[in-house]
Design a protein around this ligand. Sequence first.
Ligand SMILES: Nc1ncnc2c1ncn2[C@@H]1O[C@H](COP(=O)(O)OP(=O)(O)OP(=O)(O)O)[C@@H](O)[C@H]1O
Ligand SMILES: [Mg+2]
Length: 468
Amino acid sequence: MIALSLAEIAEIVGGQTHDIPDQAATVSGPVVIDSRKVTPGCLFVAFAGERADGHDYAERAVEAGAALVLATRPVGVPAIVVDDVVAALGALSRAVVARLGATVVALTGSAGKTSTKDLIAQLLERKGPTVYPEGNLNNEIGLPLTALRATDETQHLVLEMGARYIGDIRYLTGLVPPRIGLVLNVGSAHIGEFGGKEQIAQAKGEMVESLPEDGVAVLNADDPLVRAMASRTKARVVLFGEGADADVRGENVHLTDDGRPAFRLHTPTGCSDVTMRLYGEHHVSNALAAAAVAHELGLSADEIAEALSDAGTLSRWRMEVTERPDGVTFVNDAYNANPESMKAALRALAAMGKGRRTWAVLGLMAELGGASLAEHDAVGRLAVRLNVSKLVAVGGREASWLQLGAYNEGSWGEESVHVSDAQAAVDLLRRELRPGDVVLVKASRSVGLEQVVTALLENATEGEVAGR
Ligand SMILES: Nc1ncnc2c1ncn2[C@@H]1O[C@H](COP(=O)(O)OP(=O)(O)OP(=O)(O)O)[C@@H](O)[C@H]1O
Ligand SMILES: [Mg+2]
């Protein structure tokens, strides 16, 4: 964090100082919420979580070098006490970013936020120092923690914004107002909580409502619900997509023989060819979105195309491809799943596995509410239509609907199977995998299906992780 005195911080967060011998002392280290990550001069934020209470670790944090603790009660060491630590952390991030000159880019969408954030970061880093979240820090805690890493040198601050409810994005854009706001897509993630796609569009559109007149709304021209958000913003609108009227568009989009997306990138100032290192056609949309942001920030079509062609996955378990020494290829996309990403991953598997035996090891897509049966059924059917050699549905009742869909689409006998849990899937794959097979593993986060890949890669130390 930029250096601030304890008195300044107390004023920003509206808190009371306790046990502070020197109000003029400054905090200049990182802001952390895990006492094990404390480094000298840092600010330790004490949260009362379900399992552990950060206040119990305050003393230890100060012993380890923390200059200050942000807490909801006095803790016997230098602290600023507030009613609400989350709100205080947010207020601090807002005040710090307001003092800096960084251009704030924020993005939201139902699927692909983290993947696109990683692409944007890899593009903008070519232009100047860029701060962006590690992994998936996209909520009211992760976003301020990321923003507080920005310094005077930071040219771009890229922020992922997630939403579970109407008002979530409004809150996050209120904390760190973006100048460039990107909406990727409106899918079915969290549809159970939201109630329907219209409500999801309502929530995601809060992004563009937050933008100033001199801001830029970057919208997906191929997604009608996103495109319609153009009417909800004062900012200039830039469209990306595959249609002819998109400002930044991909033409001749195709998958290379090994399943990598390739296309000709058109921008208002030039064209260039892209062949990505990432797998899966769903990355085309993410790449075009990132290209639109980068073009706004002054990168040429050639610079963008080169950076997109070089970009790897920065966050784990998203189409992470590993070759086992015996020639089995694993595609670990177990970070999360929803109907759109399941279908995109299956199509990537089909492209990568041409001429090889393909396995789709799939589990529950969570939070689909009343749409669950139809969506699981549709994914099972698509696996059959794409000619996936074998579908392994892993888990309880909802996962079994994957197999039911495959069965109803004409997959009889050995082509699809339902197993009760990850261990059963591992046992089955250990018995049946042969050199040359390609195995996709994917389910919602709560399933933790990456353990299947971990188990099957154990002792395979020679494995090469591609695309990272
Ligand atoms: N444009 C896209 N359309 C559909 N699916 C996508 C897209 N981009 C990525 N995915 C898939 O969606 C899953 C989640 O990707 P990613 O982590 O990038 O999304 P996210 O929006 O950040 O998710 P979360 O809401 O958990 O933060 C991955 O399994 C990935 O394969
Ligand atoms: Mg994410």
